[in-house]
Write a protein that binds this ligand. Structure first.
Ligand code: ADP
Ligand code: MG
Length: 328
């Protein structure tokens, strides 16, 4: 795209060449032409997802650039995981207030390390001057008919969650002076790391093909996101709060209101929430073991709409706020 305020045409292109031109051996054509040329493997569907991250809305001003590069791709990889798709290619559209070489090198390095770890090739993008914003689009492949959708949950299915919930929301509270439990330094750092550098559950997602009946990734809060599965599938769920997986750092504070809110409604977990028939429980455990990701059964799909989260004594948790909503 032509820039209105060009710093000289050479700058934009040399910046792209220095920071955003990586080998893309599986693309027929990558960065450098008007469009990339990609070939989808026979028998596969293309899974496409895009996420926009704005400074001040989706990440705090001054966020470490390497972590920001990591996270910008991680949130998209997480969407591939949630579909059971194997990531293949990505594009990056970025607006930058200034061409700060050190910042760009760190940002690109963080993104590239995660891309390499997940065999994802950067094949194009756009670079322009403006308030810091980052938009990654990702392209993945999934065998035709095997994608993990939100509308497949059935009454009687178990509800599962990968990893642990709530740390990222506590990390955000720690960074912004919000309410948070009195964690030790290591547990606090772990929460902030979860917020700034989430690990997408890509291998687990593909291992759940043909096993999970529905899936999504938890980005806006467990209750709100599970609610999407329930709505799309036309079912309800009964979840036991005490089964929700907490990190060792948060476990001691499980009954604190701030931790309950973070676990149930906090955003940015990037774990997978999925359903599977009870008969598939061993296969789910196997997928978790094979990919090194803990998987926890947290409740059951029931008839009728609605989500009930019950405490140890059977009383229902009141949710002050179902999840993070930018328009709420
Ligand atoms: P055009 O003007 O044809 O849209 P651009 O000048 O925007 O092309 O970009 C030149 C090439 O560099 C294109 O192949 C584009 O996909 C790629 N590109 C631009 N910005 C980025 C970026 N941030 N990351 C990766 N590739 C980029
Ligand atoms: Mg351009």
């Amino acid at each position: 795209m032509p820039g209105r305020q060009r710093e000289g045409a050479g700058d934009e292109f040399s910046l792209i060449a220095r920071h955003f031109t990586w080998p893309a051996p599986s693309a027929d054509l990558g960065v450098g032409d008007d469009a990339a040329l990609l070939r989808v493997s026979p028998g596969m569907q293309l899974a496409v997802s895009t996420d926009l991250l704005l400074e001040g809305t989706h990440f705090l001003p001054g966020t470490d650039p390497a972590r920001l590069g990591h996270k910008s791709l991680a949130v998209n990889l997480s969407d591939m995981a949630a579909m059971g798709a194997a990531p293949r290619w990505a594009t990056l559209a970025i607006a930058l207030p200034a061409a700060d070489e050190r910042w760009l090198a760190a940002f690109a390095g963080g993104m590239r390390a995660l891309a390499d770890a997940h065999s994802t090739e950067l094949v194009g993008g756009d670079t322009t001057r403006g308030p810091l914003s980052i938009c990654v689009t990702i392209f993945g492949e999934v065998p035709v008919g095997l994608a993990l959708r939100r509308d497949g949950a059935r009454v009687g299915d178990d509800v599962w969650v990968s990893g642990t919930l709530g740390e990222a929301a506590i990390g955000l509270a720690l960074l912004t002076g919000g309410l948070a439990p009195a964690l030790d330094a290591a547990a606090a750092a772990a929460c902030i790391r979860r917020l700034e550098a989430p690990q997408p559950r890509v291998a687990l997602g593909t291992a759940l093909r043909g096993v999970a009946s529905a899936a999504l990734d938890v980005s806006d809060g467990f209750a709100a996101d599970l609610g999407h599965i329930l709505q799309r599938s036309g079912v309800g769920a009964r979840i036991e709060y005490e089964r929700l997986p907490l990190s060792p750092g948060l476990r001691a504070f499980a009954s604190h209101d701030t931790v309950r809110a973070a676990v149930v409604s906090g955003g940015d977990d990037y774990e997978l929430c999925f359903t599977a028939p009870a008969s598939a429980a061993a296969a789910v455990e196997g997928a978790g073991a094979a990919t090194g990701v803990p998987v926890t059964r947290v409740g059951r799909i029931v008839a009728g709409g609605g989500l009930a989260i019950v405490d140890g004594d059977g009383s229902e948790l009141r949710l002050a706020r179902a999840g993070y909503d930018h328009f709420g």
